[in-house]
Design a protein around this ligand. Structure first.
Ligand code: NAI
Ligand code: BGC
Length: 259
């Protein structure tokens, strides 16, 4: 049983569909007002033979507890959390408002804290279930190459993902004895609504591709494949790891034949 946050678009949607196809029951978390989008994802999971239910909750608010309570009362427990919901709200640093700073931190970092805390509480309450998984529970944090690559005009976003990196590692260190695995995915540029301006015109796409040695933009399925791996026992000896899925973006491509 998996909870995927921000599951009506982009990487969350692709991850929810992939987990549903793989046989997990999926709670499709979405923002209030996105009910139709959530129904579309649930319909697709149903059509692929899976089971899914929607839950409207802003991950930066304490009602994420109600989401976990409903998941447990309806499906018995939770095994996998995909901490995916995230936003960008960039600006020149001297023009960035405190509200912009706080909103990005609230969704990208508080949201991951609140959801991970509820997941860990449920994993510890339920204890091991070896017939389901070798791990008592699994948390996958959606980070970004910008947990490592500084990002001008997006200081709040980069700071939030840097925070995700150490939140993930600290949880992994703390919870490994309880057989709770905590890992992250650091996507590079993946074609979703969050970065539409970076790929929607041929000029923008051609500029973007200069940053990607592998020579193509990522697609949501590239990330969903990594989610499936980290959520399954195939990665049972992995915890505290960040898997870069970025076509080489984090390899400092400007240094190829230079420097
Ligand atoms: P997206 O904009 O398509 O999807 C974000 C989802 O999060 C949407 O469904 C949105 O409704 C939801 N969301 C936003 N605020 C929320 C809140 N307070 N509570 C619940 N849900 C909320 O963007 P995308 O690309 O799918 O982003 C997903 C994650 O992947 C984010 O954490 C983002 O930082 C990360 N990421 C994306 C990359 C990309 O190139 N697309 C690269 C690296 C990381
Ligand atoms: C951002 C995208 C960006 C990508 C690579 C992600 O974290 O959300 O907008 O295209 O990093 O820079």
């Amino acid at each position: 049983m998996a909870i995927v946050t921000g599951a009506t678009s982009g990487l969350g949607r692709a991850s929810a569909l992939a987990l549903g196809r793989a046989g997990a029951t999926v709670v499709v978390n979405h923002l209030p007002g996105s009910e139709e989008l959530a129904d579309e994802v649930i319909g697709k999971i149903g059509a692929s033979g899976g089971q899914a239910a929607p839950f409207a909750a802003d991950v930066s608010q304490s009602n994420v507890r109600a989401m976990f309570e409903e998941a447990v009362s309806r499906f018995g427990t939770v095994h996998i959390l995909v901490n995916n919901a995230g936003i960008q709200s960039g600006a020149g640093f001297h023009q960035m408002t405190l509200e912009q700073w706080r909103r990005v931190m609230a969704v990208n970092l508080d949201g991951q804290f609140l959801c991970a805390r509820e997941a860990v509480r449920e994993f510890l309450r339920r204890g091991p279930q070896p017939e389901i998984s070798a791990a008592t529970g699994k948390i996958i944090c959606m980070s970004s190459v910008h947990q490592r690559i500084p990002w001008a005009f997006e200081a709040n976003y980069a700071a939030s993902k840097g925070g995700v990196a150490l939140l993930m590692q600290s949880l992994a260190q703390e919870l490994a004895p309880a057989r709770i695995r905590v890992n992250a995915i650091a996507p590079g540029a993946i074609r979703t609504p969050i970065n539409r301006p970076a790929w929607e015109t041929p000029e923008a796409l051609s500029n973007l591709l200069k940053l990607i040695p592998y020579g193509r933009i990522g697609e949501p399925a590239d990330i969903a494949n990594a989610i499936l791996f980290l959520a399954s026992d195939l990665s049972d000896y992995m915890t505290g790891a960040t898997v870069y899925v970025d076509g080489g973006m984090a390899l400092y491509p400007a240094f190829r034949g230079n420097g």
